[in-house]
Design a protein around this ligand. Structure first.
Ligand SMILES: Nc1ncnc2c1ncn2[C@@H]1O[C@H](COP(=O)(O)OP(=O)(O)OP(=O)(O)O)[C@@H](O)[C@H]1O
Ligand SMILES: [Mg+2]
Length: 239
């Protein structure tokens, strides 16, 4: 994991616009700065541009205008050999999971660690530890394609955090989960965050950020709106 001074930006987006052909303006003139070690929530209605913004940050999509810089590297100028290194530092939990259905749960998670040449014993231990945290130990050898959506979602999250990346991007990570399982996932993210990982969570689920003191960014039709007017919790209005 990168050890970077506090207050330095891990993500810097300047006036980024993303248009999907022929004319879908998914993001318009977005500027955003995220500091190393932050946990940030990204909210907004369906179609507001949350997934597109995460895709710009991990370099799956590129802006038509503007700049996206991650760990100090301008993604428009980054050189070929640097791309895999940057990708290794980012753990992405995809909204549509992107698991390999004919591989086991353990293999899906291990794959994220194999790219960084960790030894087999370390990988196996980490896989078991994550499955225990997410109450999925009994699915270790199950094929990912046979899991329920909520189980697949947790495997995607385990895969994203497995390699202890510098930056975790979680796209709607609790969309298929009940409240108890949501709590397990959030505890895992909080542990990662406490150990220094920057986390961006795109979500509709107000329950996971309502009581949080972390920054909440809101997109509306591809534009960043002012910070949400969030209620200050007091003993009187506590839900
Ligand atoms: N590959 C694509 N081609 C064309 N349009 C796209 C593509 N991907 C996304 N869009 C459009 O871009 C806009 C933003 O989509 P995006 O998936 O980023 O929204 P979102 O906030 O993640 O929505 P949700 O909450 O439903 O996941 C939408 O209007 C969507 O239809
Ligand atoms: Mg989305």
């Amino acid at each position: 994991m990168d050890t970077q001074p506090a207050n330095k930006s891990i993500v810097e987006i300047v006036r980024a616009t993303k248009i999907y052909p022929p004319d879908v303006v998914a993001l318009e003139d977005i500027s955003l700065s995220i500091t190393y070690g932050e946990m940030v929530f990204l909210t907004g209605m369906s179609g507001a541009g949350k997934t597109t913004l995460l895709k710009l940050i991990c370099g799956i999509e590129h802006p038509d205008k503007g700049m996206v810089e991650v760990t100090g590297k301008d993604l428009n100028r980054i050189k070929g050999a640097e791309i895999p290194r940057l990708r290794q530092q980012i753990g992405m939990a995809y909204q549509d999971f992107k698991l390999l259905p004919d591989r086991t749960v353990a293999q899906n998670i291990a794959m994220a660690m194999e790219v960084s040449y960790q030894n087999i014993r370390t990988i196996k231990k980490r896989v078991i530890e994550l499955l225990q945290k997410l109450r999925l130990e009994h699915k270790h050898n199950a094929f990912a394609g046979n899991l329920s959506r909520g189980e697949q979602q947790r495997v995607t999250i385990a895969r994203a955090v497995a390699n202890s990346p510098t930056l975790i991007l979680a796209d709607e990570p609790t969309g298929n989960l009940d409240s108890k399982t949501t709590k397990l996932v959030m505890e895992l993210f909080e542990q990662c965050n406490i150990s220094g990982t920057t986390i961006i969570i795109a979500t509709h689920d107000e329950s996971i950020y309502r009581k949080s003191e972390n920054r909440v960014l809101e997109l509306h039709s591809g534009q960043m709106v002012q910070p949400t007017d969030r209620t200050i919790l007091t003993p009187e209005n506590m839900p």
